[in-house]
Design a protein around this ligand. Structure first.
Ligand SMILES: O=C(O)[C@H](O)COP(=O)(O)O
Length: 368
């Protein structure tokens, strides 16, 4: 049985309903049922986490019968997605998969497309919407963060932006925990050392996690899963999130505290907030100065939430003992980046959502 989860419309002013979540279709076995919204034309690529089967539904203006009669919409898939979802999408749309497009190439192709599907690596700028000449009706973000899409321009050009808010949760949380443990035990550095022919047992003495305080900054889907796992490792977990409910935190044994209390009490800080004007460079010289000397930082959220130059200063001064980073202000970061090359820093190339399961389970709902 394929189950459809509800994606989130990111610019809901374009939604026919005032709600940001659109329960448009349900599926039971092979029997597809559409909600009574005949004016809607939907393209939904979805998959059930339990069955790992992707489903594509296309409902035309007057229901399923309209699909055959209509022109098939053209969907540009600009980054690699799970193959099963793309295959199903092909049944109902003209799918064009073109990866690693330059901004100019994307602009050149977009005027022929009704929908665009991206991950975090494609910048969907105002220029893209301008170049589409109004044909682009929906941008599907196969993942969570939509900071790579110019939402104001999308709204102005009448284009919906939808994301898949839950597909990557576990993958991102697991990667956060993987980086936390790998950083504490110098796994990457020790691995490189052994491969270079060395045997430096004294150099790579680590620190334990048990009994340490972890501050989870951003207690949403990923943050709360990280907290749950960290509790299982015997850590004391506090969290800061201006929007989280205290009882939800309490239910998993986490104290919600103020930003300053979280960062000043933590032995480890794990970042899980979206990149917004309010969170941009939220870790900076001023906030590093409030941290415990020797704090360790994990970032699987967005590079832009850290002032990277300030982090290098904090690493050099010893305020921050180590950092493990999956995300960077500029991706890929410059080869000579002091931060990436820093010996106290462990890095991965934005792999938070990159598990087989997360990519197969990823779902995109595109509403035209
Ligand atoms: O926002 C997300 O969903 C994650 O950062 C993963 O991004 P990705 O789809 O580019 O791997």
């Amino acid at each position: 049985m394929a189950s459809l989860r509800t994606p989130t419309v990111q610019n809901p002013s374009l939604s026919p309903s005032s709600k940001t979540r659109l329960p448009c279709a349900t599926s039971s076995s092979n029997n597809l049922r559409f909600s009574p919204a005949p004016h809607r034309r939907l393209i939904i690529v979805s998959s059930s986490a339990s069955s790992n089967k992707s489903t594509v539904l296309v409902a035309e203006k007057f229901g399923e019968a309209g699909i055959a009669a209509s022109r098939k919409p053209t969907v540009l898939v600009a980054e690699k997605l799970g193959e099963a979802g793309v295959e199903l999408l092909r049944k109902f749309t003209n799918v064009v998969c073109e990866y690693n497009l330059s901004p100019e190439e994307l602009c050149a192709k977009i005027s022929l497309c009704d929908a665009l599907i991206v991950r975090s690596g494609t910048k969907v700028t105002r220029e893209v919407f301008e170049a589409s000449g109004g044909r682009l009706k929906v941008v599907g973000r196969a993942g969570v963060g939509i900071d790579n899409v110019d939402l104001a321009a999308a709204t102005e050009f009448g284009c919906l932006v939808v994301n898949a808010p839950t597909a990557n949760t576990v993958a991102a949380a697991e990667h956060g925990i993987a980086l936390l443990a790998a950083m504490a035990r110098n796994v990457a550095q020790a691995d490189a050392s052994v491969k270079a022919g060395k045997w430096q047992r004294n150099k790579y003495v680590g620190v334990s996690l048990v009994g340490k305080t972890l501050a989870v900054m951003g207690f949403g889907k990923v943050g709360s899963e990280v907290a749950r796992r960290a509790k299982g490792l015997g850590m004391h977990v506090v969290a800061h999130d201006p929007y989280a409910a205290a009882d939800r935190a309490r239910a998993i044994g986490v104290d919600l505290v103020s930003f300053d209390e979280a960062i000043s009490s933590a032995d480890f800080i794990s970042l899980h907030m979206p990149l917004t004007p309010a969170t941009s460079k939220i870790l900076n010289d001023e906030t590093f100065a409030k941290m415990k000397k020797g704090v360790r930082i994990v970032n699987v959220a967005r590079g832009g939430v850290i002032d990277e130059e300030a982090l290098v200063r904090a690493l050099d001064s010893g305020i921050v003992a180590q950092a493990a980073l999956d995300v960077f202000t500029e991706e890929p970061p410059p080869k000579d980046s002091k931060l990436v090359q820093h010996e106290k820093v462990t890095v991965t190339p934005h792999l938070g959502a990159s598990t087989v399961e997360a990519q197969e389970g990823n779902k995109i709902m595109v509403k035209c």
